[in-house]
Design a protein around this ligand. Sequence first.
Ligand code: SF4
Ligand code: SF4
Ligand code: SF4
Length: 394
Amino acid sequence: MTTFENAKAMGYAALVEKIQAASLQEYGLCPEPLMDKVFRATAKDGDVYVYAGLNNADVDCALLDLLREKPEKVLSGIEIAGFLAGAAAKFLYLPEEEKELTDQLRSAAGDHNVILVNDIINVREAEQDLILHIVTACDLADLVDGEYAEGTYIKTADKALAKVAADTPVSELVSLDGAKAVYLGYQYYTPEEAKELKACDATTAWIGVLTEKECIVNETNKILGKYRTRSCGRCVFCREGLIQLEYMQKEITAARGKTNHLDLTKEIGEAMITQTLCTVGQKSPDIALSAVNKFGSEFEAHIKKNKCPAGVCGAFVHIYIDPHTCNGCEECTDVCPAECIEGKAGFIHMIDEFECTKCGKCIEACEEEAIIMTSGKLPKLPSRLMKVGKFKKH
Ligand code: SF4
Ligand code: SF4
Ligand code: SF4
């Protein structure tokens, strides 16, 4: 018998009792006993629907690995939830960019009478129905199969998605040595704060560690870009707020940051939290707010000191040829895709910084290690071509 057939054979009352005895909770941002959600949905007048998916705000998408690894479990769980709620139809929402995964699931979803949709859940339309996290669906199927274990899912840069005890300290899941910031559950934490966090605080399962080599402004910009793409645009504050938040991070990384960008980030971010309909608008500002509030000095270094402390933001990075080390071998000119290295055999080579894309290919090609990338001040360099060894005389 399939998991769903087993659930039906158990009978409605016994199944409800089993779920309540296990204290099965909805996963993610809105935890509550699963049966409370089901009973609320069944009180609705008219047809009830099941809308399964990630939390709308989850742009990390680590939990989609559950669908990749255990599609049968998740789809069976959605089917069982549909049975409990007496649902007229069941939908599984996948992020718009996950077309390949959607295609892989299509046949199995059909077998479970689950309709696939590439979108976020319209929570206003679905508020009287049963919104179900895919982890809850998986737990439900595991419970019926006698395989349910309490815990929370975690994925890190070097560990695949796996369930761990909810109270596992974050410091046991990732190394905090050399960490500058820890990203989990929609915001950044300082390493000191992270020492107090537990696995259950990572509501999207993903725990990321940023070291001194990563730029917090640049990382924030990338995450906000994902949110801007995710926004459905119905709420003005989400649609326009994300455009503005991302624009400001971009300006700061491009050396065009202004001091009022930090205050504006806080003002817009705080307004978005209260003026938007779903978790995309409500949680996305946390990333910008936690970055600005906890790592303000890194923003100020970009804006006031014209420096990216991590040396990541191209606008603050210079690439130059050390005139005392260059032997005029011409290797670098051959590899430069922008053709912006001037020189000839036996002459000190020079980079046209205006044309340089900072791709770094010349650095790899130069055996003399004469090509240097720095986020600091440029030393005195030749202003015209001159023979190797001549520069020091000037
Ligand atoms: S907060 Fe509003 S605009 Fe943003 S994704 Fe949700 S419903 Fe759409
Ligand atoms: S590869 Fe290095 S040593 Fe050779 S010309 Fe270029 S900068 Fe000078
Ligand atoms: S960094 Fe790239 S574009 Fe710039 S000089 Fe080197 S090879 Fe050319």
